[in-house]
Design a protein around this ligand. Structure first.
Ligand code: NAP
Length: 289
């Protein structure tokens, strides 16, 4: 069985390949890469490289020849990725791929009032397009990566505390590595045909919880302050963040505040066969000196 992984030079794609390598020989795996110079590690692991770009349907049909399953990792060009994802799905159909797994995004509010409307829209449309494509599909509705929290906090978090406008909003942050393990298990397991899974931690965390965990790690109080969106925006702009990035960060914080990522689902736990990595475990690895 040949499995093709897109986004293979990215973090989720490369982590999924590492989990797949524990289950099958490298010659079953094909990495779709758009820039071969980024793929030296994949090559060294014995993975077949095929060059293609989500923007170019002809390149995609060629790379998918002889492939049974595809993991489509969502692109990061928010404005254009809906069309890009459709290109990959159309190419998979044309090349005779049997099953396509898509890394989508968890959301509750699918209306224009969603603070993450721009990010969510391409996922909502891709999910629909895939379901209607006649391909066998699995949709992974990924929650927020725990891995984005250190970026949201900033490098001085242990000294300066957490300053984010999320109030007491809960989210089921899960590690990118756990999500990659789930993707590998879906690609190699059975019974995942035409299913949607919520890929989320089995427990929810607030920023107060995060500050408490950081305080335990530091051995001193790490404060959490929830500013207003206006105060946060001013702070970001004064620190030199471009307006679109600042707006996007506020959108994520507002979504967390509104409970968009709070969930009681246990799909990830079932898929990986153990409790997902907690924030406590993740922060201990990141912050413990
Ligand atoms: P990443 O490290 O940025 O990887 C994205 C991958 O997509 C890269 O390999 C990139 O190729 C590839 N790619 C982008 N546009 C492409 C195109 N036009 N043609 C072919 N390949 C293309 O991101 P990640 O951390 O692995 O996360 C995977 C995806 O999850 C992201 O792309 C984004 O959609 C989403 N995401 C989710 C969260 C969350 O919290 N749930 C957070 C951030 C992102 P290059 O290596 O050549 O750039």
């Amino acid at each position: 069985m040949k499995i093709l992984i897109t986004g293979a030079t990215g973090q989720l794609g490369s982590a999924t390949i590492d989990f797949l390598l524990k289950k099958m020989p490298a010659d079953n795996l094909i990495a779709l890469v758009r820039d071969e110079s980024k793929a030296t590690e994949l090559k060294a692991k014995g993975i077949t490289l095929r060059i293609g770009n989500y923007d170019n349907n002809a390149s995609l049909v060629a790379v998918m020849k002889g492939v049974e399953k595809v993991l489509l990792i969502s692109g990061n060009d928010i404005a254009n990725r809906q069309k890009q994802h459709e290109n990959v799905i159309n190419a998979a159909k044309e090349a005779g791929v049997k099953h396509l797994v898509y890394t989508s995004f968890m959301r509750k509010n699918e209306t224009k009032t969603s603070p993450l409307g721009m990010v969510a829209k391409s996922h909502i449309e891709t999910d629909k397009f895939l379901i209607n494509s006649a391909l066998v599909y699995t949709i992974m509705l990924n929650n927020l990566y725990a891995d984005i929290l250190p970026m949201f906090f900033g490098p001085q978090v242990l000294e300066a505390g957490i300053f984010l406008p999320t109030e007491d909003g809960l989210a089921a942050y899960a590690t990118r590595s756990d999500m990659a393990e789930a993707a590998a298990n879906i690609l190699t397991g059975i019974g995942h045909e035409n299913k949607k899974y919520f890929i989320a931690n089995s427990e929810n965390f607030s920023m107060d919880d995060a500050a408490e965990i950081l305080s335990e790690i530091k051995g001193e109080e790490v404060e959490y302050v929830s500013p207003t969106n206006k105060q946060y925006l001013e702070t970001l702009l004064n620190a030199g963040f471009p307006q679109p990035i600042a707006n996007s960060l506020i959108g994520f914080c507002e979504a967390i505040k509104q409970g968009e990522f709070a969930t009681e689902t246990t799909d990830l736990e079932t898929l990986i066969g153990r409790r997902p990595t907690s924030l406590q475990e993740y922060f201990t690895v990141v912050y413990k000196k």
